[in-house]
Design a protein around this ligand. Structure first.
Ligand code: PLP
Length: 359
Protein backbone atom coordinates (compact mmCIF):
# COMPACT_ATOMS: atom_id res chain seq x y z
CA UNK A 1 0.00 0.00 0.00
CA UNK A 2 1.48 3.34 -1.03
CA UNK A 3 0.87 6.28 1.29
CA UNK A 4 0.54 9.87 0.08
CA UNK A 5 3.57 12.14 0.52
CA UNK A 6 3.25 14.57 3.45
CA UNK A 7 2.42 18.18 2.56
CA UNK A 8 5.35 20.63 2.66
CA UNK A 9 5.88 21.98 6.20
CA UNK A 10 7.90 25.23 6.40
CA UNK A 11 8.62 24.68 10.13
CA UNK A 12 10.80 21.64 9.33
CA UNK A 13 14.58 22.00 9.09
CA UNK A 14 16.21 21.71 5.65
CA UNK A 15 16.66 18.20 4.31
CA UNK A 16 20.08 16.70 4.93
CA UNK A 17 19.55 13.17 3.67
CA UNK A 18 16.67 12.64 1.24
CA UNK A 19 15.84 8.93 1.12
CA UNK A 20 12.19 9.60 0.36
CA UNK A 21 12.42 8.58 -3.29
CA UNK A 22 14.92 8.15 -6.10
CA UNK A 23 12.74 10.63 -8.02
CA UNK A 24 13.99 13.48 -5.83
CA UNK A 25 17.42 13.89 -7.43
CA UNK A 26 18.34 17.34 -8.77
CA UNK A 27 20.05 17.65 -12.18
CA UNK A 28 23.82 17.96 -11.79
CA UNK A 29 25.91 20.75 -13.34
CA UNK A 30 26.96 18.38 -16.15
CA UNK A 31 23.37 17.45 -16.89
CA UNK A 32 22.29 21.10 -16.84
CA UNK A 33 25.07 21.92 -19.32
CA UNK A 34 23.81 19.15 -21.62
CA UNK A 35 20.28 20.57 -21.34
CA UNK A 36 21.52 24.07 -22.18
CA UNK A 37 23.40 22.82 -25.26
CA UNK A 38 20.54 20.65 -26.64
CA UNK A 39 19.58 20.96 -30.29
CA UNK A 40 15.79 21.07 -30.46
CA UNK A 41 12.88 20.94 -32.91
CA UNK A 42 9.19 20.01 -33.04
CA UNK A 43 9.02 16.63 -31.28
CA UNK A 44 5.55 15.67 -32.43
CA UNK A 45 6.39 16.00 -36.09
CA UNK A 46 9.57 13.95 -35.61
CA UNK A 47 11.81 17.01 -36.00
CA UNK A 48 13.57 17.14 -32.65
CA UNK A 49 17.05 15.71 -33.28
CA UNK A 50 17.85 15.16 -29.61
CA UNK A 51 14.63 13.22 -28.98
CA UNK A 52 15.25 11.21 -32.16
CA UNK A 53 18.76 10.33 -31.01
CA UNK A 54 17.47 9.27 -27.57
CA UNK A 55 14.76 7.10 -29.14
CA UNK A 56 17.27 5.43 -31.49
CA UNK A 57 19.62 4.69 -28.61
CA UNK A 58 16.79 3.38 -26.43
CA UNK A 59 15.41 1.12 -29.17
CA UNK A 60 18.91 -0.38 -29.50
CA UNK A 61 19.41 -0.68 -25.72
CA UNK A 62 16.06 -2.43 -25.29
CA UNK A 63 16.39 -4.54 -28.45
CA UNK A 64 13.24 -3.15 -30.09
CA UNK A 65 12.49 -1.71 -33.54
CA UNK A 66 11.22 1.65 -32.34
CA UNK A 67 10.78 3.90 -29.32
CA UNK A 68 8.91 7.04 -28.29
CA UNK A 69 9.67 9.76 -25.76
CA UNK A 70 7.03 10.51 -23.12
CA UNK A 71 6.94 12.91 -20.18
CA UNK A 72 6.59 10.23 -17.48
CA UNK A 73 6.66 6.55 -16.68
CA UNK A 74 2.98 6.64 -15.80
CA UNK A 75 2.22 7.85 -19.32
CA UNK A 76 4.38 5.03 -20.75
CA UNK A 77 2.34 2.46 -18.82
CA UNK A 78 -0.97 4.01 -19.81
CA UNK A 79 -0.09 4.54 -23.49
CA UNK A 80 1.03 0.89 -23.61
CA UNK A 81 -2.14 -0.34 -21.86
CA UNK A 82 -4.35 1.77 -24.14
CA UNK A 83 -2.54 0.37 -27.17
CA UNK A 84 -2.74 -3.28 -26.05
CA UNK A 85 -6.23 -3.32 -24.49
CA UNK A 86 -9.83 -2.51 -25.34
CA UNK A 87 -12.60 -1.60 -22.87
CA UNK A 88 -13.69 -4.71 -20.95
CA UNK A 89 -10.27 -6.39 -21.16
CA UNK A 90 -8.27 -7.72 -18.25
CA UNK A 91 -4.60 -7.09 -17.42
CA UNK A 92 -2.82 -9.68 -15.27
CA UNK A 93 -0.21 -8.13 -12.98
CA UNK A 94 1.17 -8.50 -9.47
CA UNK A 95 -1.18 -7.14 -6.81
CA UNK A 96 1.42 -4.53 -5.79
CA UNK A 97 2.04 -3.32 -9.37
CA UNK A 98 2.36 0.44 -9.92
CA UNK A 99 -0.38 0.23 -12.60
CA UNK A 100 -2.74 -1.24 -9.98
CA UNK A 101 -1.76 0.86 -6.96
CA UNK A 102 -0.32 4.20 -7.98
CA UNK A 103 -1.71 5.47 -11.28
CA UNK A 104 -5.04 6.76 -10.00
CA UNK A 105 -6.92 3.79 -11.43
CA UNK A 106 -5.90 4.81 -14.97
CA UNK A 107 -6.18 1.31 -16.51
CA UNK A 108 -9.83 1.21 -15.40
CA UNK A 109 -10.54 4.92 -15.98
CA UNK A 110 -8.79 5.45 -19.32
CA UNK A 111 -8.53 2.04 -21.00
CA UNK A 112 -11.61 0.48 -19.36
CA UNK A 113 -9.33 -2.45 -18.53
CA UNK A 114 -9.29 -4.07 -15.09
CA UNK A 115 -6.06 -5.18 -13.41
CA UNK A 116 -6.39 -8.74 -12.06
CA UNK A 117 -4.08 -8.91 -9.02
CA UNK A 118 -1.69 -11.86 -8.83
CA UNK A 119 0.11 -13.11 -5.71
CA UNK A 120 3.79 -13.89 -5.28
CA UNK A 121 6.74 -13.00 -3.04
CA UNK A 122 8.61 -9.70 -3.62
CA UNK A 123 6.32 -8.51 -6.40
CA UNK A 124 7.15 -11.53 -8.55
CA UNK A 125 4.64 -14.16 -9.71
CA UNK A 126 5.43 -17.53 -11.26
CA UNK A 127 4.04 -19.28 -14.31
CA UNK A 128 1.83 -21.57 -12.19
CA UNK A 129 0.13 -18.51 -10.65
CA UNK A 130 -0.25 -16.95 -14.09
CA UNK A 131 -1.58 -20.18 -15.61
CA UNK A 132 -4.15 -20.46 -12.80
CA UNK A 133 -5.40 -16.95 -13.64
CA UNK A 134 -5.85 -17.68 -17.34
CA UNK A 135 -9.31 -18.76 -18.36
CA UNK A 136 -10.63 -20.08 -21.64
CA UNK A 137 -11.86 -17.48 -24.11
CA UNK A 138 -15.65 -17.49 -24.13
CA UNK A 139 -18.20 -14.87 -25.03
CA UNK A 140 -19.12 -14.63 -21.32
CA UNK A 141 -15.86 -13.89 -19.51
CA UNK A 142 -13.91 -10.63 -19.85
CA UNK A 143 -11.19 -11.02 -22.49
CA UNK A 144 -7.67 -11.24 -21.07
CA UNK A 145 -5.37 -9.02 -23.13
CA UNK A 146 -2.12 -8.29 -21.29
CA UNK A 147 0.35 -9.65 -18.75
CA UNK A 148 2.46 -6.96 -17.06
CA UNK A 149 5.65 -7.35 -15.01
CA UNK A 150 7.61 -4.70 -13.11
CA UNK A 151 11.41 -4.79 -13.28
CA UNK A 152 12.50 -4.08 -10.56
CA UNK A 153 9.42 -4.56 -8.39
CA UNK A 154 8.97 -1.33 -6.43
CA UNK A 155 6.66 -2.49 -3.63
CA UNK A 156 8.33 -5.90 -3.81
CA UNK A 157 11.37 -4.22 -2.25
CA UNK A 158 13.35 -3.48 -5.42
CA UNK A 159 13.52 -7.19 -6.22
CA UNK A 160 14.98 -8.25 -9.57
CA UNK A 161 13.00 -10.64 -11.77
CA UNK A 162 15.41 -13.40 -12.84
CA UNK A 163 15.89 -13.65 -16.61
CA UNK A 164 14.44 -17.18 -16.73
CA UNK A 165 11.21 -16.03 -15.02
CA UNK A 166 10.83 -13.07 -17.38
CA UNK A 167 11.28 -15.34 -20.38
CA UNK A 168 8.82 -17.96 -19.10
CA UNK A 169 6.15 -15.40 -18.20
CA UNK A 170 6.30 -13.71 -21.62
CA UNK A 171 6.18 -17.09 -23.38
CA UNK A 172 3.18 -18.19 -21.27
CA UNK A 173 1.39 -14.91 -22.04
CA UNK A 174 1.92 -15.31 -25.78
CA UNK A 175 0.92 -18.96 -25.75
CA UNK A 176 -2.39 -17.95 -24.16
CA UNK A 177 -2.88 -15.21 -26.77
CA UNK A 178 -2.05 -12.24 -24.50
CA UNK A 179 0.53 -9.51 -25.04
CA UNK A 180 3.39 -8.96 -22.55
CA UNK A 181 4.38 -5.59 -21.10
CA UNK A 182 7.34 -4.67 -18.93
CA UNK A 183 7.19 -1.66 -16.59
CA UNK A 184 10.94 -1.02 -16.57
CA UNK A 185 10.88 2.08 -14.36
CA UNK A 186 14.08 0.78 -12.69
CA UNK A 187 15.17 -1.65 -15.41
CA UNK A 188 18.75 -0.38 -15.39
CA UNK A 189 18.99 -1.07 -11.64
CA UNK A 190 18.10 -4.69 -12.47
CA UNK A 191 20.67 -4.74 -15.30
CA UNK A 192 23.45 -3.38 -13.10
CA UNK A 193 22.56 -5.70 -10.18
CA UNK A 194 22.32 -8.87 -12.31
CA UNK A 195 24.70 -8.24 -15.21
CA UNK A 196 21.97 -9.34 -17.64
CA UNK A 197 21.69 -6.88 -20.59
CA UNK A 198 18.44 -4.90 -20.92
CA UNK A 199 17.65 -6.30 -24.38
CA UNK A 200 17.77 -9.86 -23.02
CA UNK A 201 15.42 -9.03 -20.16
CA UNK A 202 13.03 -7.29 -22.56
CA UNK A 203 13.32 -9.84 -25.39
CA UNK A 204 9.94 -11.55 -24.87
CA UNK A 205 8.04 -8.32 -24.19
CA UNK A 206 5.86 -6.52 -26.72
CA UNK A 207 6.39 -3.24 -24.89
CA UNK A 208 8.96 -2.04 -22.38
CA UNK A 209 9.91 1.33 -20.98
CA UNK A 210 12.60 2.94 -18.87
CA UNK A 211 12.19 5.89 -16.52
CA UNK A 212 14.89 8.57 -16.54
CA UNK A 213 13.60 10.31 -13.41
CA UNK A 214 14.33 7.50 -10.95
CA UNK A 215 17.95 6.61 -10.18
CA UNK A 216 19.13 7.93 -13.55
CA UNK A 217 18.72 11.45 -12.22
CA UNK A 218 16.97 13.32 -15.08
CA UNK A 219 14.24 15.87 -14.31
CA UNK A 220 11.64 14.74 -16.91
CA UNK A 221 11.18 11.84 -19.28
CA UNK A 222 10.73 8.16 -19.99
CA UNK A 223 11.04 6.11 -23.18
CA UNK A 224 8.61 3.41 -24.34
CA UNK A 225 9.83 0.84 -26.89
CA UNK A 226 8.35 -1.96 -28.97
CA UNK A 227 7.85 -3.08 -32.55
CA UNK A 228 7.50 -0.42 -35.24
CA UNK A 229 3.78 -1.21 -35.57
CA UNK A 230 3.25 -1.03 -31.78
CA UNK A 231 4.96 2.38 -31.55
CA UNK A 232 3.01 3.57 -34.57
CA UNK A 233 -0.29 2.64 -32.86
CA UNK A 234 0.97 4.10 -29.55
CA UNK A 235 1.49 7.49 -31.21
CA UNK A 236 -2.27 7.99 -31.52
CA UNK A 237 -2.59 7.55 -27.71
CA UNK A 238 0.38 9.85 -27.10
CA UNK A 239 -1.42 12.45 -29.18
CA UNK A 240 -4.81 11.84 -27.50
CA UNK A 241 -3.35 12.14 -23.99
CA UNK A 242 -1.49 15.35 -24.77
CA UNK A 243 1.85 13.59 -24.61
CA UNK A 244 2.97 14.85 -28.00
CA UNK A 245 5.56 17.50 -27.29
CA UNK A 246 7.36 20.43 -28.89
CA UNK A 247 11.02 21.30 -28.11
CA UNK A 248 11.40 18.21 -25.91
CA UNK A 249 15.08 17.88 -26.79
CA UNK A 250 15.63 20.04 -23.69
CA UNK A 251 14.44 17.01 -21.67
CA UNK A 252 15.88 14.30 -23.92
CA UNK A 253 19.36 15.85 -23.58
CA UNK A 254 19.23 15.15 -19.84
CA UNK A 255 18.20 11.54 -20.58
CA UNK A 256 21.10 11.08 -23.02
CA UNK A 257 23.42 12.51 -20.39
CA UNK A 258 22.00 9.99 -17.89
CA UNK A 259 22.62 7.11 -20.33
CA UNK A 260 26.26 8.16 -20.64
CA UNK A 261 27.01 9.02 -17.00
CA UNK A 262 24.50 7.58 -14.56
CA UNK A 263 24.08 3.88 -15.33
CA UNK A 264 27.28 2.26 -14.09
CA UNK A 265 27.12 4.34 -10.94
CA UNK A 266 23.83 2.65 -9.94
CA UNK A 267 26.14 0.02 -8.42
CA UNK A 268 27.10 2.64 -5.80
CA UNK A 269 23.43 3.08 -4.89
CA UNK A 270 23.08 -0.68 -4.48
CA UNK A 271 26.17 -0.76 -2.26
CA UNK A 272 24.80 2.15 -0.20
CA UNK A 273 21.47 0.31 0.07
CA UNK A 274 23.27 -2.71 1.56
CA UNK A 275 25.18 -0.41 3.92
CA UNK A 276 21.93 1.23 5.03
CA UNK A 277 20.25 -2.17 5.46
CA UNK A 278 23.11 -3.39 7.66
CA UNK A 279 22.90 -0.20 9.76
CA UNK A 280 19.11 -0.38 10.14
CA UNK A 281 19.26 -4.08 11.03
CA UNK A 282 21.34 -3.15 14.07
CA UNK A 283 18.67 -0.80 15.45
CA UNK A 284 16.69 -2.63 18.16
CA UNK A 285 13.11 -3.32 17.03
CA UNK A 286 13.74 -2.79 13.30
CA UNK A 287 13.82 -5.68 10.85
CA UNK A 288 15.10 -5.14 7.32
CA UNK A 289 14.37 -6.85 4.01
CA UNK A 290 17.69 -7.63 2.32
CA UNK A 291 17.95 -5.15 -0.59
CA UNK A 292 18.72 -6.43 -4.10
CA UNK A 293 18.96 -2.96 -5.65
CA UNK A 294 18.49 0.63 -4.44
CA UNK A 295 15.30 0.30 -2.35
CA UNK A 296 15.44 -0.63 1.34
CA UNK A 297 12.20 -1.71 3.02
CA UNK A 298 12.06 -2.17 6.78
CA UNK A 299 9.57 -3.01 9.50
CA UNK A 300 9.26 -0.84 12.60
CA UNK A 301 6.81 -2.98 14.61
CA UNK A 302 9.47 -4.14 17.08
CA UNK A 303 10.05 -0.51 18.11
CA UNK A 304 6.34 -0.07 18.95
CA UNK A 305 6.38 2.94 16.64
CA UNK A 306 4.38 3.07 13.40
CA UNK A 307 6.48 3.94 10.34
CA UNK A 308 4.82 7.35 9.94
CA UNK A 309 5.83 8.37 13.49
CA UNK A 310 9.40 7.22 12.93
CA UNK A 311 9.45 9.08 9.61
CA UNK A 312 8.10 12.28 11.21
CA UNK A 313 10.75 12.14 13.97
CA UNK A 314 13.54 11.52 11.48
CA UNK A 315 12.30 14.36 9.27
CA UNK A 316 12.71 16.76 12.21
CA UNK A 317 16.40 15.79 12.15
CA UNK A 318 16.65 16.38 8.39
CA UNK A 319 16.30 12.75 7.27
CA UNK A 320 13.40 11.95 4.94
CA UNK A 321 12.09 8.39 4.43
CA UNK A 322 8.79 7.20 2.98
CA UNK A 323 5.97 5.22 4.58
CA UNK A 324 4.58 2.22 2.70
CA UNK A 325 2.41 0.60 5.39
CA UNK A 326 1.52 0.98 9.07
CA UNK A 327 4.89 -0.44 10.14
CA UNK A 328 6.61 -0.49 6.75
CA UNK A 329 9.15 2.16 5.87
CA UNK A 330 11.13 2.62 2.66
CA UNK A 331 14.44 4.34 2.00
CA UNK A 332 15.61 4.93 -1.59
CA UNK A 333 19.24 5.32 -2.54
CA UNK A 334 20.20 7.55 -5.45
CA UNK A 335 22.93 9.83 -6.74
CA UNK A 336 22.26 12.62 -4.23
CA UNK A 337 22.96 10.34 -1.21
CA UNK A 338 26.52 9.24 -0.46
CA UNK A 339 28.05 6.95 2.16
CA UNK A 340 28.24 9.73 4.74
CA UNK A 341 24.55 10.43 4.17
CA UNK A 342 23.72 6.79 4.79
CA UNK A 343 25.68 6.84 8.05
CA UNK A 344 23.92 10.03 9.16
CA UNK A 345 20.51 8.53 8.31
CA UNK A 346 21.25 5.39 10.36
CA UNK A 347 22.29 7.52 13.35
CA UNK A 348 19.14 9.67 13.14
CA UNK A 349 16.81 6.67 12.74
CA UNK A 350 18.54 4.91 15.63
CA UNK A 351 17.89 7.90 17.93
CA UNK A 352 14.29 8.23 16.75
CA UNK A 353 13.59 4.53 17.36
CA UNK A 354 15.38 4.55 20.76
CA UNK A 355 13.26 7.48 21.98
CA UNK A 356 10.16 5.31 21.73
CA UNK A 357 11.84 2.20 23.14
CA UNK A 358 12.89 4.26 26.22
CA UNK A 359 9.43 5.80 26.66
C1 PLP B 1 7.79 5.57 -10.51
C2 PLP B 1 7.18 4.38 -11.13
C3 PLP B 1 6.29 4.51 -12.20
C4 PLP B 1 5.80 5.84 -12.70
O1 PLP B 1 6.82 6.63 -13.19
P1 PLP B 1 6.66 8.24 -13.21
O2 PLP B 1 7.78 8.68 -14.08
O3 PLP B 1 6.79 8.69 -11.78
O4 PLP B 1 5.32 8.55 -13.77
C5 PLP B 1 5.80 3.36 -12.77
N1 PLP B 1 6.18 2.14 -12.34
C6 PLP B 1 7.03 1.98 -11.31
C7 PLP B 1 7.42 0.61 -10.89
C8 PLP B 1 7.55 3.09 -10.67
O5 PLP B 1 8.36 2.93 -9.62
Amino acid sequence: MAYAPPPPDPSLPPLRVNLYSDTQTKPTAGMRAAIAAAEVGDEQSGADPTVNLLCERMARLLGKEAAMFLPSGTMCNEVAILTHCRPGDEILAHKTAHIAMAEGGAPWALAGARVVPLEGPHGIFDTATLAAAFRPRTRYAPPQALVAVEQTSNLGGGAVWPLASLTEIAAAAHEAGLAAHMDGARLMNAVVASGVPAHEMAAGYDSVWLDFTKGLGAPVGAVLAGSASFIDAAWRWKQRLGGSLRQAGICAAACLYALDHNIDRLAEDHENARLLARGLAQIPGITVELPETNLVFFDTSGTGMPADRLAAQARRQGVHISVMGKFRGRACLHLDVDRAGVEEAVAVLRMAAAAKMAA
